[in-house]
Design a protein around this ligand. Sequence first.
Ligand code: MG
Length: 352
Amino acid sequence: MSAKANPASLSCPVPIEDADRVQLGHGSGGKLSAQLVARHFLPHFDNAALAQLGDASIVSVTAGEVAISTDSFVVQPLEFPGGNIGSLAVHGTLNDVAMMGARAVCLTAGFVLEEGLSVAVLDRVIAEMARASRDAGVPIVAGDTKVVERGKADGLYINTTGLGVVDPNFRPAPARAVPGDVVLVSGPIARHGMAIMAAREGLSFQSAITSDTAHLAPLVDALRASGADVHVLRDPTRGGVASALNEIAAASTVGIEIDEPVLPVPGDVRAACEMLGLDPLYVANEGVMVVFVPAEQAELALRALRAHPLGAESVRIGRVVAAHPRIVALRTALGGTRVVDLLPGDQLPRIC
Ligand code: MG
């Protein structure tokens, strides 16, 4: 029995290309992958090293030691007030390189994309990422994209690795805090975590809380130029200022005391924390750093920090003591003291 062929039934069962969504084929290594890279990544991340499109990029570094840091970003939502996962992935890794006093040379970026991700969202993430990289003057010289099936990833994940050149004359380290140091913080705390919480929960507070996500190297350079003997730098990201100080107290085997009344928590952030039952000391930051310097250099360091827009609200929040090694103590407004311990788990998951 023969039937007239229906032309429609002869078409191959190839899915119609949906230009608005990431497809599994975009991770195939074939034509669609090449298109994705050529149309959506390369126009933004244009630089000589990446343009080689070899199996690896070649970059020049001066002789000496290098600092390397890697971080994976899984923040939800992907876009939030003040930035998106793209700018965060650049700032987060560059800041870790900067906290070692090193000068960043280049970044790499790996993307895990979920099938069905909106290409418009991907484009915005890439554009922000490229802008952050350009502003920092640190190119993304190598990259990778993979696609996983629908439901196997939350839109997209990004891993970035940063490489920097160590400055032999400026070597802050978590183990260098000594009694007599003062503890400075370069700006208002807890903004990033609360901006994410507000975006995630659809909460609206009196004012829109924006993430503080920023590249801190210019502020580190200001400190470097001041000549202050900086013992420790740390960006208090996940786990907040409390966790960063605990890590430093343990690494240096010293005690740290901080003064609650001077902690720079913006009013709207404090109100949001109270509403959600969160302690701002444990809430993530992405654009501030804690700085340890000898007490006699506190004013020198503060002047240098405050002269830069990112550090305009720098303040002294505490001191390093010989008593109670490995313990961070908070002097409260009422004159009491309480231990600021590490949290057993994450107060706010998926924050970076
Ligand atoms: Mg860090």
